[in-house]
Design a protein around this ligand. Structure first.
Ligand code: F6R
Length: 604
């Protein structure tokens, strides 16, 4: 966060940091300039600790910078919290991302007699800027950045130049909010949306100079940049909790609306899909013979569902590869292929690198992302926005469902182009998609029953999730949700794989959740369910409302409305999200900010 204006900076910075806390929350700090001195307050732990410190004494001043940290270099401690300064305390810096060559830089500075107060790479930046400083902060930052390598965003201020902050974007996101006689800097729009809707998105390799007279942007090479602000139409309330105890449960309950939003305006007549932002060249889809999907975490799981539906419906081979794997392989990505990079934030460092790699090999790049103007959206040839609204809980829910909807829309659009969908078939698919918001609503009406099922996880140390085909992809997502917020060890596997080893771990009372929606493999999945039941597992199945047999195979059955099998992931994921939520809640965990995790992983 950064602020330059007429108001007291500290409360504005802290308020912005509260809204940014989901990006990192192991320590926080601010630096405020009162025209003479720069006062720094910082504390390990969640923002509350900093707020308590400020309650005792809030530094005065109307220029400031602030940061919430997600540790990369050095443990979360008071002294590793940002802002960092040079030894004289002249330059204060906050930064996201990583300075990759910080060690040689630090050694070199050390040889010249510098001493360091923290383990961070950030402090090295403060030293470099101080070393380069000769009265002009912007030029000092420019020269210092020329010596640093990595993917980061930084904001700096100088004790000698009150009323000025300078920021740089090197890959990690940075935005500027234009207020009435005041300027805000942040790494994400929700931090300042309640203050201004007028936003400048800073591009890679650009620097911003903020003074009371206004904002100038230029490239690191010194070329002036003219940029029109974006007017953001999100509702500020969308970024608040809206009466729910946690963002996660609020976001789960938003899903019917998110499905509607993501479909809206994209269906023409009864059988056509029109995707704004996606404009394949003539003949591209017809000739397409390979699709790559790359993503991380939950977005990767959405990609696994995508593979099933694209292969079945388009008959195009699809490889889904974790972005952090793809980027360091030498993949056989050929010109003329399509790479779909999926990312809620559009800022995940690994996904961006994998997407760049695919593009450099001549693949067409299509982004499925939730954040308008995100880096991924800007490096892609085509962008399918998911319209889930800001997702605050670290555990992704509504963005996942919206990614699935995006994939179905893409399937219909591409299927029509390839002649694989007749108008009647695509009309059927569209009817199915249109029914999903209502079906999702029905599941949410039964949320209280799912909350009761959480009891089955009392004292559990291991949980397993099973499924076949798309059910396996959903099981992967259910398992991730469970482990990241309940901290119970959880594994997902294809139902047929269990007997090849993992069955040895199933003992009396082990919870096993089976997604049981796919008619063509129903009996096969039931066999696996029986195998775990025979070993005393506590079995829970997710099955269609009209499945008359499911209760014969599982101890407890969660019902979802009947939909065509291929669409079932959109519904079967919801009870698994609710289950994870209630198990974590019963254990008293910090659901929206699980330990060790951050919402956007903008470092490698
Ligand atoms: C899990 C979760 C993460 C993200 C992953 C990718 O609930 O949210 O696994 O899915 O870090 O993030 P994006 O989609 O922003 O690229």
């Amino acid at each position: 966060m950064g602020y330059v204006g007429p108001a007291e900076a500290a409360p504005i910075l802290v308020d912005g940091l509260q809204r940014l806390e989901y990006r990192g929350y192991d320590s926080a700090g601010i630096a405020v300039h009162d025209g003479t001195v720069v006062a720094i307050r910082k504390a390990e732990g969640k923002l509350g600790r900093l707020v308590a410190m400020l309650d005792e004494h809030t530094p005065a001043g109307s220029t400031g910078i602030g940061h919430t940290r997600w540790a990369t270099h050095g443990p979360p401690t008071d002294f590793n919290a940002h802002p960092h300064t040079d030894p004289a305390g002249d330059i204060a810096v906050v930064h996201n991302g990583i300075i990759e060559n910080f060690l040689p830089l630090k050694e070199r500075l050390g040889e010249s007699g510098a001493s360091f107060a923290s383990d961070t790479d950030t402090e090295v930046l403060a030293h470099l800027i101080a070393e380069e400083y000769d009265g002009d902060l912007k030029e000092a930052v420019r020269r210092a950045v020329g010596r640093a390598q990595g993917a980061y965003a930084l904001v700096a201020m100088s004790r000698k130049e009150p009323g000025r902050i300078v920021a740089v974007r090197m890959i990690s996101p940075l935005i500027v909010g234009l207020g009435d006689g005041e300027t805000f800097l942040a790494s994400d729009i929700p931090a300042i949306l309640h203050r201004t809707r007028s936003i400048l998105v800073i591009e890679n390799g650009e620097m911003v100079d903020v003074t009371p007279d206004g904002v100038t942007i230029e490239t690191l090479d010194g070329a002036a940049v003219e940029r029109e602000p974006l007017e953001i139409s999100w509702n500020a309330e969308q970024a608040e909790k809206g009466g729910y105890p946690h963002f996660m449960i609020k976001e789960i309950f938003e899903q019917p609306d998110v499905i509607t939003e993501t479909l809206s305006g994209r269906i023409s007549g009864t059988s056509e899909v029109v995707l704004d932002g996606v404009a394949f060249p003539d003949g591209f889809v017809e000739g397409l013979d390979k699709i790559w999907i790359t993503a991380c975490g939950t977005a990767y799981h959405a990609g696994l569902v995508g593979k099933e539906i694209f292969e079945r419906k388009l008959r195009i081979p699809v490889d889904v590869v974790y972005a952090h794997e793809l980027r360091y392989r030498d993949p056989i990505i050929r010109p003329g292929s399509l790479t779909i990079a999926i990312s809620q934030s559009g800022e995940t460092a690994d996904t961006l690198a994998a997407a760049e790699l695919a593009r450099s090999r001549g693949s067409r790049l299509l982004a499925i992302t939730n954040v308008v103007g995100s880096t991924l959206s800007r490096i892609s040839d085509d962008v399918l926005y998911t319209r889930a609204g800001p997702e605050i809980a670290v555990a992704s829910t509504k963005a996942y469902l919206a990614m699935l909807i995006g994939e179905y829309l893409l399937t219909v659009a591409m299927g029509r182009a390839r002649g694989r969908y007749t108008p009647a078939e695509s009309a059927d698919m569209i009817t199915g998609l249109r029914h999903l918001p209502q079906a999702a609503e029905e599941i949410l009406e039964g949320a209280a029953d799912i909350a009761e099922l959480a009891e089955a996880f009392d004292g559990a140390e291991d949980v397993y999730f099973l499924g076949r085909g798309v059910d396996y992809a959903v099981a992967m997502e259910g398992s991730l949700k469970m482990k990241e917020i309940s901290y119970i060890h959880s594994e997902a596997m294809p139902a047929g794989e269990l007997k090849h080893g993992t069955l040895a771990l199933v003992t009396r009372g082990t919870p096993v959740v089976t997604v049981l929606t796919q008619g063509d493999v129903y009996d096969k999945t039931v066999s696996a369910l029986q195998e775990v039941k025979a070993r005393g597992a506590h079995t829970i199945a997710v099955a269609y409302a009209d499945d008359a047999d499911a209760h014969k195979h599982a101890d407890r059955v969660i019902r979802i409305p009947r939909v065509p099998d291929l669409l079932s992931p959109v519904l079967s994921a919801i009870p698994l999200q609710l289950l994870a939520y209630h198990v974590a809640d019963a254990r008293g965990h910090d659901i929206d900010q699980p330990r060790n995790l951050a919402k956007s992983v903008t470092v490698e």
